[in-house]
Design a binder for this molecule. Structure first.
Ligand code: ADP
Ligand code: MG
Length: 745
C-alpha cells in the first residue's frame, strides 16, 4: 500500500465515526469580535477555524501579577499600580507629531506621574476621581516616580488588587489587561494583542467542552496529565504559573505523542510493501568517470543505498551530510544504478535555482554514460512542460530533475524506480509521498544538510533509515568566521572592495525581503524565526536592532556604497525569471555582490564566492548560519564569513561565538539544540515534518520519551486506530498531514 492509500485509510476511519466536534470547524469569522476584515488578517497567521484559534498558542507571557503601593515602587521595576486620577489629564502639543498627555495619580501611600506619548485620546479616557490599574515600568526618582506609556484599565470589581489576582472569574467577557499573566501572541500588522486575546477568549467560551481530546483516558491518567479543557484555558489565560506549567506539559505531550504515533504508522506500513529489486552493480565503471575519488563516506552511503534497493523492499533512506560533503554524488550513483535496471528517476529540489544547478552538474556527469537527463520546473513554458510530460510518460527521459512541478497532475512516468529529494527539510512528508505516488512503490532517497544528532534523527526521521556522510572531500579549507558590530562596517566594506578587486564575489544576506515585514510588538522576523513560547518575556528586554531588508539594503549598497560594482538582488518574492537572472549573473561571475535573503541558504554552488556577510546574524539559527556559511569555501579560494551581531545581550554574542569555534555542522547542531532561543533550528520548517507549535525537541526530551512509550502502548492495542476512543487521534493525524501538503515552497 502506498503512503497515500494508507492515509486514505486513516481518513476513512475518521469519516466512519460521527463528527462530534463540528463546532471546531466553524470559521473564525463567526467568533465575536472577529468578522470579515479580521478573518483575513488572522488567516495570515494561519487561523481559519475555531480550532486554529484556540490552538494559536502564545509565544511568551508577561507577568502582570505584581502589584505595588506607590510608596514601595522601585526604579526600573515593571509593576501594576492601582491608583486614582488626582486631576484631569493635561494634553500638550509639543510639536508636529508629538503630543503628550500627563496625569498625576495617587494611592493612599503616594503619588505617581504618568506620561503618554502620542495618545491624545487618553485625555478623555482617564477621568479625575476614578481609579485605574496602570501597568508599566517605573522611571524617575524615588521621590518623584514616573511611568511612561503604561497599559491601563478601569479597576474591575471592588475586591482590590489582591482579589483581582486570585478570583479571575471565568469565563470572562473579555480578558483583563492587568493583574494577571498576559499571553503574548505572534502578531501581524493591524492585529493587536488585545484583538487576538479577546478572540481567543470568545473562542474558548464558544468551544465549551468540545475541545478534541486526542489522548486516551488511560494515558492521561498514567502520565498525570490535565484535561484538554484545562490545558487550553491555561495556556492562553494562565491562572498562575503552576497552572501554566501543567497546561504546557499536557500540550507538549499531546503534540509529541501525535507525531510519534504518525511516524510509527508510516514505518509499519513500509514493512508490508514490496519494492523493485535492483541487483547490486559494479560501481567501478561509474567511479572511473569522475574527476575525483569518492570519499570513504560517500562510498559507504552508496553501498548502503544500493543494498536497500536490492532487497525487494522499497528503500526509504536519508543521506545526511554536512554542507559540501558531496551528497549529490550519492544521488547520482543511485540514479545510475536504477537506470541500469531500466527504470526512471525523479530528483526534486526545493527551488528553481537548485534544480538548475543539479541539472547542470548531473548532465555533465551522467549524459556521457548514456543517461537522458531532463528538467521540469514551474517557470517553464506550458509547451516545454507538455513536451517533458510526453517524454516522461514514453520513457524517453531517464532522469528528470525539477521543483515541486514534478508532483503536478500532468506528470506520469513510464516506470519510476527512484525518487530523490534534495534538502528535504523544505519538503513535507506528504509531498514526498505525492511524488512516490507517481510510481509503483519506487525507492526513496532523501538528502538533508541539516545535521541532526543521532538520538533525534531516529525520532524525527522515524520512517527513514539513515546514512551519514561524516567525511569531507580532501583539501577543503576552513572558512574563517568573524563576529563584528556596527562600528566595523566601514572596514567590512573595505574588505569587500579588496576581494572584488582580486576577482572574488561576495554574498550579503539580510533577514527580510522588505521593510514592512517588521511587525510591531512581534519582535520582528517572526516568520523567519518562529520562536517557541518561552515561559516569560521580560518587558524590559532591549528592543531589537532594526533588521536589514534585502531590497532597501541592495539599493543603499548599489547606489551609495558600491556604485561602481555590479550589485544584484535575489529574494523569495521575486518572479522565478528575475530570480534566475540575478542568480545566473552571480553564478557566471558577472555580478560582484549578491544581496539576498535565505533563498541562497541551501545548496547553491558558486565556487568563486569567497566572502559571505550575514546582517543581523543574531536573528538566525545556528544551523541556518552554518548552511549560509557553506555557500563559500567551495572552490580554491580562502574564504571568510562575517557575522554582524545586532543583539545586545551577552547570550547572543556567545551563541555566535559557537560559529567561530567550529566548522562542523554536527557540533553546531548539538549546540543549537542545547541552547534555547530565537532560531532554534527545530523551530522553523527545517525538518520536513508538520511544524511543532509548542513542543521543542531539545528541551522536551523527557516528555518525548514518555510520549514514545505512550504511543507504543496505544498502537499495540489498536494498531490501526480503529477504536472509537482513538477517533480524535486518528482525526488529528489525518489533519496534520493534510495541512502539511500546503506547505510548499
Ligand atoms: P552537498 O553535500 O553540500 O550537496 P555537493 O554534492 O554539492 O555537496 O558537493 C560539493 C562540491 O564538492 C561539488 O563541487 C562536488 O563536485 C565536490 N565533490 C563531491 N565529492 C567530492 C570528492 N570526493 N572529492 C572532491 N570533490 C568532491
Ligand atoms: Mg547539495
Amino acid at each position: 500500500m502506498s503512503d497515500y492509500d494508507h492515509w486514505q485509510k486513516i481518513q476513512n476511519y475518521a469519516k466512519l465515526q460521527p463528527m462530534k466536534d463540528q463546532t471546531l470547524d466553524t470559521s473564525i469569522r463567526y467568533i465575536k469580535g472577529v468578522g470579515e476584515a479580521r478573518e483575513k488578517l488572522m488567516g495570515k497567521l494561519g487561523m481559519f477555524t475555531l480550532r486554529d484559534l484556540v490552538g494559536y498558542f502564545p509565544r511568551a507571557y508577561e507577568d502582570r501579577t505584581l502589584f505595588s503601593k506607590i510608596a514601595d515602587l522601585q526604579i526600573g521595576q515593571t509593576v501594576c499600580v492601582q491608583a486614582m486620577a488626582a486631576a484631569q489629564p493635561k494634553l500638550s502639543h509639543i510639536r508636529k507629531g508629538l503630543d503628550i498627555v500627563k496625569v498625576r495619580v495617587v494611592d493612599e501611600s503616594g503619588s505617581l506621574e504618568i506620561t503618554f506619548f502620542n495618545q491624545a485620546f487618553i485625555k478623555d479616557a482617564i477621568k479625575q476621581g476614578e481609579s485605574y490599574i496602570f501597568y508599566g515600568r517605573i522611571s524617575g526618582t524615588l521621590l518623584r516616580p514616573e511611568m511612561t506609556n503604561p497599559i491601563f484599565e478601569v479597576k474591575q470589581g471592588d475586591g482590590g488588587a489582591a482579589s483581582l489576582l486570585k478570583q479571575h472569574p471565568r469565563p470572562l467577557a473579555s480578558p483583563t489587561l492587568t493583574g494577571r499573566i498576559m499571553p503574548i501572541y505572534p502578531l501581524t500588522a493591524k492585529l493587536s494583542q488585545k484583538i487576538i486575546s479577546s478572540a481567543v477568549r470568545h473562542g474558548l467560551n464558544e468551544c465549551g467542552d468540545e475541545l478534541p481530546d486526542v489522548l486516551p483516558g488511560e494515558i492521561t491518567r498514567h502520565y498525570e496529565l490535565c484535561k484538554a479543557r484545562y490545558a487550553y484555558e491555561n495556556i492562553h489565560f494562565p491562572e498562575d504559573f503552576k497552572a501554566l506549567d501543567i497546561a504546557r506539559r499536557r500540550l507538549i505531550f499531546e503534540e509529541l505523542f501525535v507525531l510519534v504515533v504518525a511516524m510509527r504508522l508510516m514505518r509499519e506500513r513500509r514493512v508490508e510493501q514490496s519494492g523493485k529489486r535492483i541487483k547490486m552493480p559494479n560501481f567501478e565503471h561509474f567511479y572511473k568517470n569522475l574527476h575525483f575519488t569518492p570519499t570513504g563516506a560517500q562510498k559507504r552511503a552508496i553501498i548502503e543505498a544500493t543494498e536497500d534497493m536490492s532487497e525487494g523492499k522499497p528503500m526509504n533512506r536519508l543521506i545526511q551530510g554536512d554542507v559540501g560533503s558531496g551528497k549529490t554524488l550519492v544521488a547520482a550513483a543511485c540514479a545510475w544504478n536504477v537506470w541500469q535496471a531500466g527504470l526512471q528517476v525523479a530528483f526534486m529540489a526545493p527551488t528553481e535555482i537548485l534544480a538548475k544547478q543539479h541539472m547542470n552538474s548531473l548532465t555533465k556527469l551522467l549524459e556521457p554514460m548514456g543517461m537522458r537527463v531532463g528538467l521540469l520546473t514551474g517557470a517553464m513554458t506550458a509547451k516545454a512542460k507538455r513536451e517533458m510530460y510526453a517524454k516522461l510518460s514514453l520513457g524517453e527521459i531517464d532522469l528528470v530533475i525539477g521543483t515541486h512541478a514534478l508532483i503536478s497532475e500532468g506528470v506520469h512516468f513510464h516506470d519510476l524506480g527512484l525518487v530523490i529529494t534534495d534538502e528535504q527539510h523544505r519538503f513535507g512528508v506528504a509531498q514526498r509521498s505525492l511524488l512516490t505516488e507517481k510510481g509503483d512503490s519506487p525507492h526513496v532517497l532523501v538528502m538533508s544538510a541539516t545535521p541532526i544528532p543521532r538520538t533525534l534523527a531516529l525520532i524525527i526521521y522515524g520512517d527513514l533509515d539513515v546514512s551519514t556522510i561524516d567525511e569531507m572531500p580532501p583539501g577543503r579549507r576552513e572558512i574563517e568566521t568573524h563576529i563584528v558590530g556596527e562600528h566595523h562596517r566601514k572596514r567590512v566594506y573595505g574588505f569587500i572592495e579588496k576581494l572584488v578587486k582580486q576577482g572574488r564575489q561576495v554574498y550579503i544576506i539580510c533577514p527580510m525581503v522588505e521593510e514592512e515585514e517588521v511587525k510591531q510588538g512581534d519582535g520582528g522576523a517572526a516568520s523567519l524565526l518562529k520562536q517557541h513560547p518561552r515561559p516569560l518575556a521580560s518587558p524590559d528586554e532591549p528592543s531589537p536592532c532594526p533588521l536589514k531588508s534585502a531590497k532597501e539594503f541592495h539599493k543603499h549598497l548599489s547606489t551609495e556604497i558600491f556604485p561602481e560594482l555590479s550589485v544584484k538582488l535575489v529574494h523569495g518574492k521575486m518572479k522565478p525569471k528575475e530570480k534566475d537572472a540575478a542568480m545566473n549573473s552571480f553564478a557566471s561571475g558577472e555580478a560582484d555582490i549578491l544581496v539576498a535573503t535565505t533563498v541562497v541558504e541551501v545548496g547553491v554552488d558558486v565556487q568563486n564566492a569567497a566572502l559571505i556577510i550575514v546582517e543581523n546574524a543574531d536573528r538566525f539559527g545556528l544551523s541556518q548560519l552554518h548552511q549560509l556559511r557553506g555557500r563559500v569555501g567551495r572552490g580554491e579560494y580562502e574564504s571568510h564569513c562575517i557575522l554582524f551581531n545586532s543583539g545586545k545581550s551577552e547570550a547572543s554574542r556567545e551563541r555566535l561565538e559557537i560559529m567561530k569555534s567550529t566548522n562542523d555542522g554536527f557540533k553546531i547542531a548539538e549546540k543549537d539544540l542545547s541552547m534555547r532561543g530565537p532560531g532554534d533550528f527545530f523551530g522553523s520548517r527545517q525538518h520536513g515534518l508538520p511544524e511543532l507549535h509548542i513542543a521543542n525537541f531539545a528541551t522536551d526530551m523527557l516528555v518525548l520519551n514518555q510520549a514514545q512509550n505512550a504511543a507504543a502502548d496505544v498502537l499495540k492495542k489498536d494498531p490501526e486506530l480503529k477504536s472509537p476512543q482513538n477517533r480524535d487521534l486518528a482525526d488529528q493525524i489525518k489533519r496534520m498531514f493534510e495541512l502539511n501538503t500546503d506547505k510548499m515552497n
